[in-house]
Design a protein. Structure first.
Lengths: 126, 136
């Protein structure tokens, strides 16, 4: 930390606040996306357990309507952003070397975007 | 100020990975680290879940093949793990929302909220595990 090298001008009101200033935005986004994923999970669980016929027809039928496709896609996009914020927090907390951290963050983005594209492809096949 | 900065003072760093088992975490701490572990596990399992979803939804034939795959003990075990991860993440997340509203932050309440999350997760997980292994 740079605080140890120039402590005299880094205290009180002179404290240097660094960062990308995405803290509040991500804090809020994490809660909004969580609410979307949570509500989707409950809705899907209730439909699958109570409303749908057992077997392939009933299960695939859930995702046949445009409304459910859009809700599923919405939950998926929320999940991708939620996972990005969460996994990036893990890298920022535990991985200090910048090069490795950048590599892991790039891997995370590619992993999530690939999953998103694949999921859209699956979803619109029904 | 200069006198203070000259003195060598004890530094308290993050817990090192080798020290983890020596620390006795309170229930809220267990919930917190498992929130992270469950989230990371679901992140890594995302392609697997998509593969299962793909098979379940593509055709009558792929659905039947999926049902055969689900007979495997290993797949059932993975699903049990994922069910736990999802439920823990959900309940720990709900506790997070209450914390945002400054509910359950005092020392004793924090401990009981932590225990409540662990118990709710375990209870729902057991139901999910029984369902996965076909008990009902």
């Amino acid at each position: 930390m740079s605080a140890t090298t120039n402590s005299s001008n880094n205290i009180g009101p002179k404290r240097l606040v660094v960062g990308a200033h995405y803290g509040l935005r991500d804090w809020l986004a994490q809660r909004v996306t969580a609410a979307v994923i949570g509500s989707y999970s409950v809705v899907l669980f209730v439909i699958a357990m109570l409303a749908a016929e057992p077997g392939y027809g009933g299960w695939a039928g859930i995702f046949a309507s445009t409304g459910m496709k859009v809700f599923t896609l919405l939950a998926l996009l929320a999940l991708i952003y939620h996972a990005w914020v969460g996994i990036r927090d893990i890298w920022m907390d535990y991985v200090k070397p910048v090069g490795i951290r950048l590599g892991l963050q790039i891997f995370t983005i590619l992993w999530l975007v690939s999953c998103g594209v694949w999921a859209i492809e699956i979803l619109w096949r029904v | 100020m200069s006198e203070l900065s000259k003195k060598s003072r004890p530094q308290f760093r993050n817990i090192h990975i080798t020290q983890i088992l020596q620390y006795r975490l309170p229930a809220a701490g267990v919930v917190s680290i498992l929130h992270r572990v469950s989230g990371a596990a679901m992140f890594l399992a995302l392609p697997l879940v998509l593969l299962l979803f793909d098979w379940s939804i593509t055709s009558e034939l792929s659905y039947a093949q999926l049902m055969e795959v689900l007979d495997s003990f290993l797949v059932k075990l993975i699903l049990c793990g994922l069910a736990w991860a999802f439920l823990h993440h959900l309940f720990a997340g709900i506790r997070h929302l209450f914390s945002d509203l400054h509910i359950g932050l005092a020392k004793e309440q924090s401990a009981s909220w932590g225990r409540a999350v662990l118990i709710a997760t375990l209870g729902c997980s057991v139901l999910a595990w029984l369902k996965i292994f076909g008990a009902f």
